[in-house]
Design a protein around this ligand. Sequence first.
Ligand code: SAM
Length: 551
Amino acid sequence: MGEVYVYHDLFGYILQMSPDLLEFLSAFGTGARVEDVCKEYANAFGENTPESFVGTFIQFGCLITPGYDQLKDIWDMIPVKSRWNVWVRGDDGNVTLYTAWGDRAGQAHALSAEETKIWDAINGEMGLETLAEWFGKDAVGALVKRLVHHDVQALKLSALAMSYYKSRQHMRPPYITSTMPYAPYEAGAPIPPGPDALFSTDGYYEHEVEDADAQFDHEETTLSHLLRRPHVALHGKTYGAALIEGLGKRFELGTGPFKVLEIGGGLGWVAKAVTEALQALGGPVTYHILELSPALARAQRENTKGLPVTVFEGDALKADFPGDDYDLVISNEMVGDLTAVKVTHEQLGMGGEQGIDDAKFDAGLEAMGEAGALVKKHNVPIGDAPDPFFLNVGAWRLVERIWDALRPGGLAIVTEFGEVGRYPILSSQLDHPELSTHFGHLTIVAMSVGFKPKFEYIIDMVSLDRDKKGLATTRSYFRALTQALADKGVTLEKIGYTEEMFSELIGAAGLVANENLGSIEFDRIEDRLMGLVPHEFKALLLAKPLPTLEA
Ligand SMILES: C[S@@+](CC[C@H](N)C(=O)[O-])C[C@H]1O[C@@H](n2cnc3c(N)ncnc32)[C@H](O)[C@@H]1O
């Protein structure tokens, strides 16, 4: 996403960099003089002198005297096991660590019996000095070098014991629990495009999705994908079925016939479940999907075979909708993919001492083109915006289009991750930038269009059982765990495993969480399920009123 970090292979420090700072660090090579390099970069960092960065680089072991053996510096440190380690303990008692950082191939790192003893002794409290007394300096030093290295990232070195941070979590340096799953970057190489270049994500789906299943299993996972099969946390229902049940509790759905449009259908599992749930209510169902990605459209056709589902290919913001007079329009976890614009205070004459400069504001909106026109048309309040800020204009336009597609009395549901009062923030979990949705703005646009909007938490809509615990993963951790389990003949799927489901899965191979397979974390399902945070997902329910007598 255009950010650059340095990972220290011996301590595990993570330093956020800018590309020019990294170039400066790299200029030291294997033995340049500090004075010479600083002279060369004298005016490179605005108000900061290059010398001020040298101090930080020395402090974090990124600059050393030529020939100095940095291993000398580790013995006062305390080794700490990283978060998101995947390990398996074999029948011989030896531990194998598994890694699959970012897009790098999965690797197994087998520890010998001696190394396993050192690994087992590491508890985040004891210093390396003590471990060296027990196991020998050479063995401990070699293991630290191997396991802290960015290929493994199983250990970090800390100046303080973990017990110190027990009641001071906020003081714990972030590198201890963070990982670096990103692609390698060499100083001076072209900078990967930052998110700004990608704000219009038009085209991402159209061109880049090649393997539809892999898209949802690895690149991005939606809540509906994790809950696509009947799930205990949904009282035995699928996500799609639970959504219809939730709508039925809030609105009179009747018994059909039902004419439905889904915008952006993923693999088609929502379409399948919703169609079946509506059929169960009585009437015949006509279900249209409008989908941008040809690969996903193919998957949708395949996965809804035999059902009254027709898939149309096109862009939800540009193509004609395949029909009109819909009873129900569904846009599930897709508006985050639509165009957003980035705006600065400067552009709109905001943030000055006298508040907003009205003339500048109007001229700024004018210059913004369609986005500015929409702010004006729907009176979207942006006086409280941070600088810079984003506007989900694609989602606004979609809401306008949905109004035209619905019959009077019809209903739409738009879900996405976001908050009522929070300006869109960038999620960097995925392989493409995705912004959260400002539901307050979306609600205002919906009201301005004529809807009666209702804001809901998805977990309430689908009656998620909040007492259940779910498996917590990150993308790299999930890949590493998949490999560890595959070596044991177990297939890990991208579904929302509860504690019980996961125990049953691994139990078949004689594995017990955190006994001979680790580290396994379970979290309250509303706070985390696999890599998602379910309580961040919201829904806007949009009812299109029936015409009144006066109208
Ligand atoms: C994150 S997925 C969600 C899929 C599905 N609704 C679900 O809940 O699993 C976003 C979906 O919207 C589609 N999509 C993205 N932009 C689109 C656009 N402009 N027009 C139509 N579909 C789009 C994607 O191809 C994908 O199927």
